[in-house]
Design a protein around this ligand. Structure first.
Ligand code: FAD
Length: 417
């Protein structure tokens, strides 16, 4: 087909927002349909009545080397809404031994930080880090532990936490190729790329609300509560979209970007193979004053909690690949994680503060080799239908960066028609 004059983007998660932005910037008319009453999908903030404040659905971490995300933030005028340390500094606490350390990378590509014991993971030697190079030879069906030795200290204190957080999948099941890609875009790119960044206020305030403002300014029509039920196909084209509120025929000059989660895309598009195994993420939010001067986040080794974050109004725990905890009652989880939070931030002994547990059961697709093979390309066999979303074949695990790249790619494919 020739370059479309109007595009219907379905789904206002980050992939759909990024696609809409790209298209609207080039002067294409865009209608963005979102089933929920709000945008952001799996990356958003909301008011929690129990805590009496706004929280994020889950703690999200970006790094400065997430170039598509940084570019998106600049284009929506929100680059200055992120905050983080000046350098690539990652604080850790080993709950078993009580040791603390801060992994501190120098900004250039040459890793001279490895030569300074105080910049390394406690107890590791410079040569231990060479083990990471084994991921470069990873084959498509390798899992992380095929390449990295689980009996080593560096595995326990660095490779495993990175793999679980980055892939949202256990190291024994996660794709080594995907982890290698993550490390290539972070560690191997130097400390400047690894500088961690989090929203100063909240996910919606950084990544979603400014995007909606920009899209409106560009003339994008936003339709919330607009759920796509079916796509009608006729020959070579997607011909009509059936929404709950009624059907819309697609003219010859219209195209569609489907930026919905994998299971929804799988239902809407005939014969589409998509990831069908997922991993949970559990977050525990505690309403306590943030300790002055404490790190923005701390990685915990050897506990149930994996990362704790200091947010504006809450302290927050994140646990990835948390399927084993999904059925645990929220009260038990809150009580189990609170002592680990207290230790991470050296908080005085006190009763459990007001808390909220957020369980995202299908937070991301499982980043296993088998699921990796099920990720579809953006282009479909219908030239006026493209796919976007973190589950498409971005080469990255399910991340903000992957979602935004997928939206950019789907838009670019339509523009190149
Ligand atoms: C708890 C948690 C923590 C995370 N932590 C990180 C992190 O630290 N760093 C990081 O980079 N990534 C992280 N991620 C991953 C990141 O949030 C996702 O990869 C990204 O938000 C996915 O965006 P998306 O647009 O692909 O999908 P989604 O956000 O799922 O967006 C899809 C949208 O489509 C809408 N929709 C669904 N069906 C229909 C329909 N039929 N019609 C119309 N609309 C529909 C949905 O309502 C939704 O708004 C985390 C995710 C979770 C859940």
């Amino acid at each position: 087909m020739s370059r479309p004059r109007r595009v219907r983007v379905i789904g206002a998660g980050l992939a759909g927002l990024a696609a809409s932005l790209r298209l609207a910037e080039t002067g294409v008319a865009v209608i963005l349909h979102e089933a929920a009453p709000q945008a952001g999908g799996r990356c958003r903030s909301y008011f929690d009545a129990t805590l009496g404040c706004r929280i994020d659905n889950g703690n999200h971490l970006l790094i400065a080397g997430n170039h598509a995300a940084m570019d998106y933030l600049r284009r929506i005028g929100a680059a200055d809404t992120l905050t983080g340390p000046e350098a690539a500094a990652y604080a850790f606490l080993d709950l078993a031994s009580g040791e603390r350390w801060t992994l501190m990378l120098n900004s250039g590509r040459l890793p001279w930080w490895l030569l300074r014991p105080a910049h390394r993971v406690a107890g590791t030697r410079a040569r231990d880090y060479l083990s990471g190079l084994r991921l470069r030879g990873a084959r498509p069906n390798d899992v992380v532990t095929d390449c990295l030795d689980r009996s080593t200290l560096i595995f326990r204190r660095l490779w495993r936490p990175l793999a679980v957080a980055g892939l949202n999948t256990e190291a024994e099941q996660g794709s080594a190729v995907l982890l290698a890609r993550l490390l290539r875009e972070s560690f191997a790119a130097g400390g400047a790329a690894c500088r961690p960044l989090v929203p100063r206020e909240g996910l919606s305030e950084s990544l979603v609300d400014p995007a909606l403002l920009r899209l409106r300014a560009l003339g994008v029509e936003l339709r919330f509560g607009s759920r796509l039920r079916a796509i009608e196909f006729a020959g070579e084209r997607a011909a009509a979209l059936a929404f709950e509120e009624g059907s819309e025929r697609l003219t010859a000059e219209e195209a569609v970007i489907l930026a919905v989660p994998a299971p929804v895309a799988g239902r809407l598009v005939p014969d589409l193979v998509v990831p069908d195994e997922f991993r949970a993420i559990v977050n525990a939010h505690y309403r306590v004053p943030a300790p002055e001067g404490a790190p923005l986040f701390v990685g915990l080794i050897g506990g149930t909690a994996e990362w704790v974050f200091r947010k504006r109004q809450v302290l927050s725990v994140t646990i990835s690949a948390a399927d084993r905890l999904i059925d645990m009652p929220a009260e038990d989880l809150a009580a189990r994680l609170w002592p680990e939070m207290r230790r991470a931030y050296d908080l005085a002994e006190r009763d459990l503060p007001p808390w909220q547990i957020v369980k995202e059961k299908r937070a991301t697709f499982a980043a296993t080799p088998a699921q990796q093979h099920r990720r579809p390309e953006a282009a479909t066999r219908w030239p006026n239908l493209m796919l976007a979303g973190d589950f498409t074949a971005t080469g990255l695990p399910a991340t903000i960066e992957g979602a935004i790249r997928s939206g950019d790619r789907a838009a670019a494919l339509l523009m190149d028609c």
